[in-house]
Design a binder for this molecule. Structure first.
Ligand SMILES: CSC[C@H]1O[C@H](OP(=O)(O)O)[C@H](O)[C@@H]1O
Length: 342
C-alpha cells in the first residue's frame, strides 16, 4: 500500500439535509449509478430505510432524525404516529431507536422546528466526529504492515462520513499501519462488493475483494492480522449484532489467531439489552437470495431463509472501539465501566 498515494477528500455523503427535504444517495444502485431519492415526508424516510436506499446503523438513525423534523413541520399533531412508523422501519440497529428517543426528548422540551433541525444536525455532526476519533483509536491497535479483513460496508455510506470500521481502515492506511485491505463481498445484498470496494477505491485504497466463503481460507494463509467490522447493536455484555456472516468470521478468526475488532459509536451501544440473546434479528425477503439486480439465479419454487444480522459473542471479540474509548476483551463489567448501567 502506498500511503503517499493521493487521497481523494472523503466527500461521500449518504444523507444530505436540503432545508425542506432529505436527499439520500440511493445505495441500491451503487456502484453502477449515483442517483438520489428525495424524501419530503417522514413516511418517505421510513420507506427509504426499509428499502435500504439508506442503510448502515448510524446513517439510518441520522435519516430518521431528519424524518422527525419533516413530520414536525407537516403535522405536529400526528408526530407520535409518525415516529412510531419510523421506529418500525428496521428492528436491529439500535441507532434508529437511539436517534428517535433523542428527538422525542427534544419534542418533550417543546423544541420548535429550528431547534428540532438543530438536534438532527447535532446527531449527524457528532457521528462524523465520533468516526474520526474511533479511526485514531482503532488504528493505534494495529501493528504496522498488518493485513485487515472487513465485512459489509461501514464507511461514509453507512454513517455521517468517514465510517466506523472503514474509518479505522482509512486511518490505519494513512498511518502506514495497514498494508493490505480485504473486503468480503457480503451476500446477499453485496454491501462489501458494491459499496466498500467503491468507497475505498475513491480514496485510492485498493481493497482486495474476497468471496464470503473464502474468508477462513484467507485467514489460514497468514495475510490477515485483524478482522475489523462495524455493529448494529452492542448489548450490555459486549455481545454484538452485525451483518450476517460476522459471527462465522469471528469463529474463524479465533481459530487462526486473528484479532477481532468491532468499531461503533456509543449510539450503537444498548446497555438496556442484557445480551445478544435479546437482540431482534431482522429477517428480510427470501427474494434477496433468489437473484440480484433483477437476474434470478434460483429455480422458481425454491425456499430461502434470509436473516440479515447475526450475533458475535463478546468472548470472540478482542476489542470494541467507540469514541468514548476501547473496551478490550469486553464483558458486562468492562462495558459498564465505560457506558454505565442501563
Ligand atoms: C456502520 S454501519 C453498521 C452496520 O450496518 C450494516 O447493516 P445494513 O447494511 O443492513 O444496514 C452492517 O451490519 C454494518 O456493519
Amino acid at each position: 500500500m502506498n500511503p503517499s498515494a493521493p487521497r481523494s477528500h472523503d466527500t461521500i455523503r449518504a444523507v444530505l439535509w436540503q432545508g425542506d427535504h432529505l436527499h439520500l444517495l440511493d445505495q441500491r444502485l451503487l456502484p453502477r449509478e449515483e442517483a438520489y431519492v428525495d424524501c419530503r415526508t417522514s413516511d418517505e424516510v421510513a420507506q427509504a430505510i426499509r428499502d435500504l436506499v439508506v442503510r448502515g446503523a448510524p446513517a439510518i438513525g441520522i435519516a430518521a432524525a431528519w424524518g422527525v423534523v419533516l413530520a414536525a413541520r407537516q403535522d405536529r399533531g400526528g408526530l407520535d404516529a409518525a415516529l412510531a412508523r419510523l421506529r418500525a422501519a428496521r428492528p436491529t440497529a439500535v441507532n434508529l431507536m437511539w436517534a428517535l428517543d433523542r428527538m422525542q426528548r427534544a419534542i418533550a422540551r417543546d423544541a420548535g422546528a429550528d431547534a428540532l433541525a438543530g438536534e438532527a444536525q447535532a446527531i449527524q455532526d457528532e457521528d462524523l466526529a465520533a468516526n474520526r476519533r474511533m479511526g485514531e483509536l482503532g488504528a493505534s491497535l494495529i501493528a504496522p504492515g498488518s493485513g485487515v479483513l472487513t465485512h459489509c460496508n461501514t464507511g461514509s455510506l453507512a454513517t455521517a462520513g468517514y465510517g466506523t470500521a472503514l474509518g479505522v481502515i482509512r486511518a490505519g492506511v494513512s498511518a502506514e499501519r495497514i498494508g493490505q485491505v480485504f473486503a468480503g463481498e457480503t451476500r446477499p445484498w453485496l454491501q462489501g462488493a458494491r459499496l466498500t470496494v467503491w468507497e475505498l477505491l475513491r480514496d485510492a485504497i485498493p481493497a482486495t475483494l474476497v468471496a464470503d466463503s473464502a474468508a477462513a481460507h484467507l485467514m489460514s494463509t497468514g495475510q490477515v492480522q485483524w478482522v475489523v467490522v462495524g455493529a448494529d447493536r452492542i448489548a450490555a455484555n459486549g455481545d454484538t449484532a452485525n451483518k450476517i456472516g460476522t459471527y462465522q468470521l469471528a469463529i474463524a478468526a479465533r481459530h487462526h489467531g486473528v484479532k477481532f475488532m468491532v468499531v461503533a459509536p456509543s449510539s450503537t451501544v444498548d446497555m438496556a439489552t442484557a445480551s445478544g440473546d435479546d437482540i431482534e434479528i431482522e429477517l428480510r425477503s427470501p427474494d434477496e437470495l433468489f437473484g440480484y439486480a433483477g437476474q434470478r439465479t434460483v429455480v422458481e419454487g425454491a425456499r430461502a431463509w434470509n436473516p440479515v444480522f447475526d450475533v458475535t459473542p463478546a468472548a470472540l471479540i478482542d476489542a470494541i472501539v467507540t469514541e468514548r474509548g476501547v473496551v478490550e476483551h469486553p464483558d458486562a463489567a468492562r462495558m459498564a465501566a465505560v457506558f454505565g448501567a442501563a
